[in-house]
Write a protein that binds this ligand. Structure first.
Ligand code: ATP
Ligand code: MG
Length: 423
């Protein structure tokens, strides 16, 4: 089935690069289409994240035709082509073979556009756009072998072919269904949902890394609340987080800013699942989620620090002195933690914010550059050692509390403190 393209598209560098690659391939006598998610997004009037090209040219032909290529996935028929600084995935039409490891097909066979549509996950992801065929409209012609246009119209995410078989051969598709349905605002078709429930609840065979990537992608989009709700409905929260299944309305998550950090989103999700912050449960959760979602060190640290900072803001802020408050308020996770506190207790968060503004307006401000360094202490004739850090911290506290305001005053205080502490 084919149809005219009904919408305009965004003239992005990615779009221009893909169009140029397609033109080059056509001039060399090949078939070449825009394929997959980018076609879906253009038809929905969204700007695609990336543009993929599908063609009948094989990897050796592609590497000859284009100057800058890299064959990272050449054995699967994928070549990366760089034009004007933009990298585009160019894939040879293929029919995927069986999936014994549920991740990658055992073999790929270069094939027809129709087979290539049939191997894709959802019908709306299996559309092609031929920009060169202007017979149906100025922007090209849509080629639809699987009923994707009708599903796009109905806003339904439906597995291509037999949902049972498609969900059984690659469990990651269950998470893709959740993420894409949330992001696009589509319903998951009944039979596809049933197949997820029957086959994909254990996410067998999917690496923690790929699970983590899907969760990262879910959380990076403002539709994250919908994604978490669907994960719970389909009982996918259990295999994703390696925790018992529970249904937890994402109240905290729903109130985060759209651009909230991944660490803030994970923390909100943990709170919505009933985590009692300030207990050892938080440490256990961080260790569990680090493995379950294959978190990077930075992500783990951010999650852990946010979860630790929430109870500090909630329970200790009132008793903290000026220097301690300033140190806390200038910590990188403070604003994420305060956002979460504000969801839990907006009155307290407002008072903390007022306090921070008062601290910001002090002579030294919230996080001034230290007046002196360890080198200055050595310059004073002090010998480096464990006492240095304690001394520098005490000097910085004095600066934060506006007890000293110049280098000279800091040096004088350094000598005084060093004398009294024997540094
Ligand atoms: P996004 O907007 O997140 O990029 P997308 O649908 O473009 O969504 P990609 O991961 O970029 O997702 O994949 C591009 C295309 O490759 C998909 O549209 C789909 O046709 C196909 N695809 C990706 N992952 C799978 C999978 N696990 N099984 C089958 N087809 C897949
Ligand atoms: Mg994509």
């Amino acid at each position: 089935m084919s149809a005219a393209i009904p919408t305009q598209f965004a003239e992005t560098p990615g779009r221009r690069a893909a169009a140029e690659i397609i033109a080059t391939l056509r001039n060399a006598g090949h078939i070449a289409y825009l394929a997959g998610g980018c076609v879906r997004d253009e038809l929905l009037g969204r700007v695609p994240q990336d543009y993929d090209v599908a063609t009948d040219a094989t990897p050796p032909v592609l590497t000859k035709l284009f100057r800058k290529t890299s064959e990272v996935g050449a054995s699967f028929g994928v070549v990366l082509v760089k034009v004007h600084g933009v990298v585009t995935e160019v894939a040879t039409f293929r029919a995927d073979g069986t999936y014994t490891d549920k991740r990658r097909p055992d073999e790929v066979r270069f094939s027809t556009p129709e087979d290539d549509a049939a191997r894709r996950d959802f019908t709306v992801n299996a559309l092609f756009l031929d920009p060169a065929d202007t017979s149906a409209g100025p922007h090209g012609r849509i080629i639809d072998f699987v009923g994707g246009l009708a599903d796009l119209e109905k806003r339904v995410l439906r597995a291509v072919g037999d949902p049972e078989a498609r969900l059984a051969e690659d469990h990651l598709r269950a998470l893709r269904a959740v993420r894409l349905s949330a992001k696009l605002g589509f319903e998951i078709d009944g039979a596809t949902r049933a197949a997820i429930t029957r086959h994909a609840r254990d996410l067998a065979g999917v690496s923690r890394e790929r699970i983590g990537d899907e969760v990262r992608a879910m959380m990076s989009h403002p539709s994250r609340t919908g994604a978490v709700t669907t994960l719970d409905e389909l009982e996918l929260d259990a295999p994703v987080l390696r925790e018992p299944h529970q249904t937890s309305p994402p109240r905290t998550l729903a109130r985060l800013r759209p651009e909230a950090s991944f660490g803030a989103c994970l923390s909100a999700w943990a709170l919505d699942r009933g985590l009692d912050v300030g207990t050892t449960d938080a440490h256990l959760l961080v260790s569990r989620w680090r493995i379950a979602l294959c978190l990077s060190n930075d992500e783990r640290t951010s999650l852990s620090n946010i979860l630790q900072t929430i109870p500090t803001i909630e329970r200790a802020w009132t008793d903290l002195g000026t220097a301690a408050r300033k140190r806390l308020a200038s910590a990188s996770v403070f604003s994420d933690a305060l956002d979460l506190v504000s969801v839990r207790n907006s009155g307290h968060a407002d008072r903390v914010l007022d306090d921070v503004e008062v601290l910001r307006a002090t002579t030294s401000g919230l996080s001034p550059r230290p007046l002196i360094s360890g080198d200055d202490l050595i310059g004073l004739g002090l010998s480096p050692g464990p006492g240095f850090k304690v001394l520098l911290d005490a000097l910085y506290d004095a600066q934060l509390e506006d007890r000293i305001a110049s280098r000279e005053a800091a040096l004088a205080l350094a000598l005084e403190l060093a004398g009294s502490r024997g540094v």
